[in-house]
Design a protein. Structure first.
Length: 214
């Protein structure tokens, strides 16, 4: 089972909600993202939030659709998105997509990237996606990176102060047992030379960003 959480970020940054990537997901609405789902003829499996960003008519629409609303006060210690993600992870899905989490306020965007930490050490793969990017957070290991025509660029950013022993094979810019530190742009905008490349690293955490130009 896969889930997809739609938060309330700017609609202009959203990918196509009817993309094949989301064909088999259970949609979770997060505050105003719930309205966006309904506007795209997608029925939320459940919706979380304080819903302070919707008006009375939109609230009535949610209730008329029979959407299960999990209500929280506006003053709380977690964002609506974190609450929704925590619930999804209790379901132990194979994968969880996060949409509508970028392109607006920078504080929310940075915090939402940090939510990817919740995927470390569990079996659920968490991916943050928008119109131009797919982002995931990787622990040490060996990974096959398959070429994606829609996202030709592959970038790696150190999520910990130092990510040690990075090796890249099959890339335009290969590496052999290299350490990547905060503040370095060394691994930005790489590209695969074949249909598949390999990433390996030994210590730390690494953001993997698949991206494209508009």
């Amino acid at each position: 089972m896969e889930y997809a959480i739609l938060a309330g970020g700017p609609p202009a940054h959203l990918p196509n909600l009817h993309d094949e990537l989301f064909r088999n997901v259970r949609w979770i609405g997060c505050d105003r993202g719930t309205i966006t789902l309904l506007e795209n003829s997608l029925k939320p499996y459940k919706a979380f939030g304080d819903f302070d960003s919707i008006n009375k008519d939109e609230r009535a629409l949610l209730e008329a659709q029979g959407t299960e609303l999990v209500l929280y006060p506006s003053e709380k210690d977690e964002t609506d998105l974190e609450i929704a993600l925590d619930w999804v992870l209790t379901e132990k899905p194979d994968r969880c997509w996060i949409l509508g989490a970028t392109g607006g306020r920078l504080d929310h965007g940075l915090a939402n990237i940090q939510l990817l930490l919740k995927g470390i050490g569990i079996k659920t793969e968490i991916l943050l996606i928008d119109q131009q990017n797919i982002v995931t957070l990787l622990p040490p290991g060996v990974y096959d990176i398959v070429k994606a025509q829609n996202y030709p660029y592959v970038s790696f950013i150190a999520f910990t102060p130092k990510t040690e022993g990075i090796t890249l094979e099959g890339f335009k810019y290969p590496l052999d047992n290299h350490d990547l530190r905060w503040g370095s742009t060394l691994c930005i905008s790489n590209e695969l030379q074949a249909e598949k490349g390999r990433l390996a690293f030994k210590e730390g955490l690494l953001l993997c960003i698949r991206s494209r130009d508009l």
